[in-house]
Design a protein around this ligand. Structure first.
Ligand SMILES: C[S@@+](CC[C@H](N)C(=O)[O-])C[C@H]1O[C@@H](n2cnc3c(N)ncnc32)[C@H](O)[C@@H]1O
Length: 197
């Protein structure tokens, strides 16, 4: 195989990956801004997608960052950015107290079950009927992997139900404060910083 062959193979793979991996958008930028400001210690970005947010944290703060995703194409893109990319369903493979900072920009759009399209982009965008179907199990388990003085940075859209998410946060034993917030024509995005109560 020549170098050119390898390069075109890589380009081809990137083309496929870009079609099935969430690429950085406004929500990614907001999460990166909050994380660059507040992350400390060992960092996990759940649902890392392209790995761009994780890479920003590593580059700007010099921290060790793991980027995990259910989508193997995403884990590979994160690895190609120099982040440790791991295929994982939410937090399941990670041990207790493993991280000081956990970031998550979840799939959050409320989706009519009759209109689901069952591919990797749906996994990236759809939060199920309520918009909170990934946020609930994430909040149920994140306290397990978080060090005692750890922080969780969770992106929430007004489309997902801000007050409902705050209730889930409180039920999981965390206090929340907005770290950054920005309004767009169809939604307001907030990154909540969560700490144990
Ligand atoms: C809105 S995208 C965010 C991507 C990236 N973090 C960013 O901000 O640009 C949500 C990501 O969560 C991933 N995801 C969906 N379900 C997941 C699960 N059960 N476990 C881990 N990741 C999941 C998707 O594949 C997608 O990459």
């Amino acid at each position: 195989m020549t170098g050119d062959d390898r390069d075109s193979g890589l380009a081809e793979r990137r083309g496929v990956d870009d079609a099935v991996v969430y690429q950085p958008a406004e929500d990614s930028g907001l999460l990166a801004e909050a994380a660059i400001d507040r992350a400390h210690g060992r960092v996990l970005e759940v649902g890392t997608g392209s790995g761009w947010v994780a890479q920003q944290i590593a580059d700007e703060r010099g921290l060790d960052v793991v980027g995990s995703d259910l989508n193997p194409h995403a884990a590979r893109q994160a690895s190609e950015r120099g982040v440790e990319g791991v295929v994982a369903n939410l937090l399941s493979p990670f041990r207790a107290n493993a991280f000081d900072t956990v970031c998550f920009n979840p799939p959050y759009l409320p989706t009519d079950p009759d209109n689901e399209w069952d591919d990797w982009m749906e996994h990236a965008l759809s939060g199920g009927e309520s918009g909170r179907e990934l946020i609930e199990p994430f909040l149920d388990d994140v306290g397990r992997v978080l060090a005692p003085d750890g922080v969780v940075l969770l992106l929430v859209s007004s489309l997902t139900g801000y007050d409902e998410v705050l209730e889930l946060v409180a039920d999981a034993g965390f206090a929340a404060e907005p770290a950054v917030e920005e309004s767009f024509p169809f939604e307001t995005l907030t990154v909540l910083a969560l700490r144990r109560e």
